[in-house]
Design a protein around this ligand. Structure first.
Ligand SMILES: Cc1cc2nc3c(=O)[nH]c(=O)nc-3n(C[C@H](O)[C@H](O)[C@H](O)COP(=O)(O)O)c2cc1C
Ligand code: SF4
Ligand code: SF4
Length: 274
């Protein structure tokens, strides 16, 4: 249950929270000089927490089941434009990883940051699955290779058909071009009926992708793996998500075995200005 509490001894009646709430759940009535909750609208609260975060007098407390701790960060921690540009431009897809797995507490720190990624109607719909057992990863890639063999055999018009034979051959020779021997694979999932779950997952993975280098980690979007999962219900089932959840995308993660001293060229931004 959602509880929004406004402490009338702290509230100055400035009205910022009333204007901020996207669902008009708060009010300042003519006969009161402090804000209050409109009880019949509380069910629309999306737990965005903006009212509480914006209140200059710290008068609003919001609590709901499942809410995690609020990070304690100083304003000085916000990167400069230069530091952020460097991070975003120098992020690379990593295709060679050290063998050592990323400690679980480092991944937990990252999940704790990226739970603040935006989600449709603040639905916070993303469920993460981290597969880190080497045997389980090997078996999963083996099943993806079986799927690839089937595509090459039965679906010559499949868009991936031209590149899959190389991946099959390399796997047979002991190399992994599907997940590049990453020590961990992360799946961003949500309930299959959530209409915005895919977008939530992609945004959250993008935040993960950007946060990883700050922790000395490298990532790579696992496109072939995800295409295989999305086209084979048996494969999707085999990764063991909660019932009726689907993986929207998978990402490799690990300590990079290589580094990029340079920055590759990219197209100029394509923008229409009106
Ligand atoms: C949706 C998506 C799927 C991708 N799938 C793969 C993949 O299966 N294997 C791979 O090695 N790289 C994959 N990549 C990485 C892209 O090839 C890479 O982002 C692109 O070449 C640009 O390089 P950069 O990320 O280092 O800037 C994928 C990237 C995206 C965004
Ligand atoms: S923002 Fe805070 S101080 Fe201002 S009206 Fe809302 S609860 Fe009261
Ligand atoms: S948490 Fe968000 S939706 Fe809920 S009352 Fe506050 S501002 Fe409105």
């Amino acid at each position: 249950m959602t509880e929004i509490t406004i402490d009338p001894t702290l509230c100055s009646g400035c009205g910022i929270c009333v204007r901020t709430c996207p669902y008009g759940i708060l009010q300042l009535t003519d006969d009161a000089d402090v804000a209050s909750v409109i009880p019949e609208r509380v069910d629309f609260c999306s737990h965005c927490g903006h009212c509480s975060a914006i209140c200059p007098d710290n008068a609003i407390t919001i609590s709901y089941e499942g809410a995690g701790p609020v990070p304690d960060l100083s304003r000085e921690d916000i990167p400069t434009a230069g530091a952020l540009s460097r991070l975003m431009v120098s992020r690379r897809s990593i295709r060679e990883y050290q063998k050592k797995p990323v400690p679980q507490d480092i991944l937990s720190q990252i999940f704790d940051i990226i739970r603040y990624a935006p989600t449709g109607m603040n639905g916070q719909s993303v469920h993460w699955l981290v597969v880190q057992d080497p045997k389980e990863i090997r078996e999963l890639i083996g099943r993806v290779i079986d799927w690839a063999r089937m595509v090459v055999r039965d679906q010559p018009a499949h868009p991936l058909a031209p590149i899959l034979p190389v991946m099959i051959t390399e796997w047979e020779e002991g190399r992994d071009r599907i997940c590049h021997r990453a020590p961990q694979i992360i799946f961003a999932s949500s309930h299959k009926d959530n209409p915005i779950g895919f977008v939530d997952a992609i945004i959250a993975l993008t935040h993960l992708d950007l946060a990883a280098p700050v922790f000395g980690l490298g990532t790579c979007w696992a496109g072939i793996l995800q295409i295989a999962l999305s086209s084979s219900p048996e494969l999707m089932e085999s990764i063991g998500l909660p019932k009726d959840f689907v993986s929207h995308y998978a990402m490799m993660i690990g300590y990079p075995a290589t580094s990029y001293p340079g920055i590759p060229v990219r197209n100029a931004a394509s923008v229409t200005w009106r």
